[in-house]
Design a protein around this ligand. Structure first.
Ligand SMILES: [Zn+2]
Length: 416
């Protein structure tokens, strides 16, 4: 084997290893950080917001909207272009996020390569004219070369601006609007600011509290620690909507339980189109022991008020996205309040959706992730609730609603 071949083998092995770890990273079994890495603030590369112009083709691309990411746009041949997509800093989880607009003076076909630095393709491209309705590009117009981790998308572009994005754009403002509208509609919901991100964006809390008891139980919900994990937000919103609805079960639940929701924990990362980290260049879901980051400190300090209140936390859910739907629960031999609740909760989801193939992967509680902090702080069960990048959106919502229904039923049985 030549040196070059050996090097290639080593690189391929490393890439395969990193991909294989991906599904376990959120569970904290293996951290992608190099040994000795910390969650102390690191420098990040700022994305320059600008319009890229290819003069001889009359074609343009830009990143001048919330959630956008594209770091360069260049012509590589007739009708061929390259969109450079780089992370906020590296090393970094393989979650290259991209979102940009493209348009042209005259209608024309453009074959755009998604070229990633420090990462390989993950998100299947979607297109939109208005940032509200999104359509996955037709598979005949998409190629993915796994050996080099790059992808190509062919698009008809013209004077009407076309959005191209790794997932539907669900930015901080949109999610906070959802929370605000729910609070306007429902007297038992409030929103408030609990702190600030690195860049001074508000970290919001939404609280469902219609309790009619001195001793309510508490459910904790956390969302969007990782910026591109849009399906996680979709699930989180459907889950909370269900707990806030007018059904008899939800009403009964709300008499006994309050729900503390942090809808967007990493607003800087979401709005700046980051792949993984906050503005301090850190994976927030690795900072739940050292609390070096302002986002983690703000959420910790807010949640610790539950402890001061003396109210029992019954469950914590931290919503994420990965390549498939999976519930990362706590190892079965580790006792927590309430015994067997996780099993009964997941069985309930399967009862409601008998055709849904629910995947549970229990893990230990040592790693510095939100799920484990909730367990150690409140003695409660908790889950890293992972939703597949490509799970049909209707199913994302159905499962999240079923998860809320089943959890409400089971915690009521424990409390009553
Ligand atoms: Zn995640």
């Amino acid at each position: 084997m030549t040196f070059r071949n050996r090097l290639t083998t080593i690189i391929i092995t490393a890439v395969l290893f990193m991909s294989a770890c991906k599904s376990t990273q959120d569970a904290g079994i293996i951290s992608y950080d190099p040994p000795g890495a910390t969650t102390e603030t690191k420098p990040i590369d700022l994305q320059e917001r600008m319009v890229f112009q290819i003069d001889d083709a009359g074609i343009f691309a830009d990143n001048m909207f919330v959630g956008a990411r594209i770091n360069d746009f260049s012509k590589t041949g007739p009708k061929h272009y390259r969109a450079l997509i780089t992370p906020e800093n590296a090393p970094i989880n393989r979650s290259p996020w991209y979102a940009f607009r493209v348009w042209a003076d005259e209608p024309q076909l453009a074959r755009i390569q998604l070229w990633y630095e420090d990462g390989a393709h993950r998100y299947y491209p979607k297109i939109s004219r208005d940032r509200k309705t999104w359509t996955p590009v037709d598979s005949v117009h998409f190629n993915h070369d796994r050996t080099i981790g790059s992808a190509w998308v062919s698009l008809m572009v013209g004077p009407d601006t076309l959005y191209v994005s790794g997932q539907e754009i669900l930015d901080t403002g949109m999610i906070h609007s959802w929370a605000g509208e729910l609070a306007d509609e429902k007297p038992f919901i409030t929103t408030s600011q609990i702190g600030e991100s690195h860049q001074g964006r508000p970290i919001m809390k939404m609280e469902i509290d219609g309790t009619e008891t001195d001793d309510p139980g508490v459910i904790i919900v956390i969302g969007r620690q990782h910026p591109p994990e849009v399906t996680g937000s979709m699930g989180m919103m459907a889950f909370v909507d269900r707990m806030a609805d007018d059904s008899e079960l939800s009403r009964r639940f709300r008499e006994q339980f309050r729900v503390v929701v942090i809808p967007v924990m990493n607003p800087d990362g979401v709005d700046k189109g980051h792949w993984r980290h906050n503005f301090g260049g850190v994976d927030l879901n690795r900072d739940w022991i050292t609390f070096n980051q302002p986002e983690n400190r703000a959420v910790r300090d807010e949640l610790l008020k539950i402890k001061d209140s003396g109210h029992q936390v019954y469950y914590g859910l931290d919503f994420h996205s990965t390549s498939y739907d999976v519930f990362y629960t706590i190892n079965k031999d580790i006792p927590y309040f309430s015994h067997g609740l996780t099993d009964r909760w997941l069985e309930g989801i399967t009862r409601i959706l008998p055709d849904y193939e629910l995947v549970e992967e229990p893990f230990g509680v040592a790693s510095p992730i939100a799920k484990n902090w909730i367990f150690h702080t409140f003695g409660a069960g908790a889950v890293t609730y992972e939703i597949g990048d490509n799970t049909p959106r209707e199913l994302v919502r159905d499962v999240a609603r079923a998860a809320a229904t089943s959890l409400m039923e089971e915690v009521l049985k424990v409390k009553e």
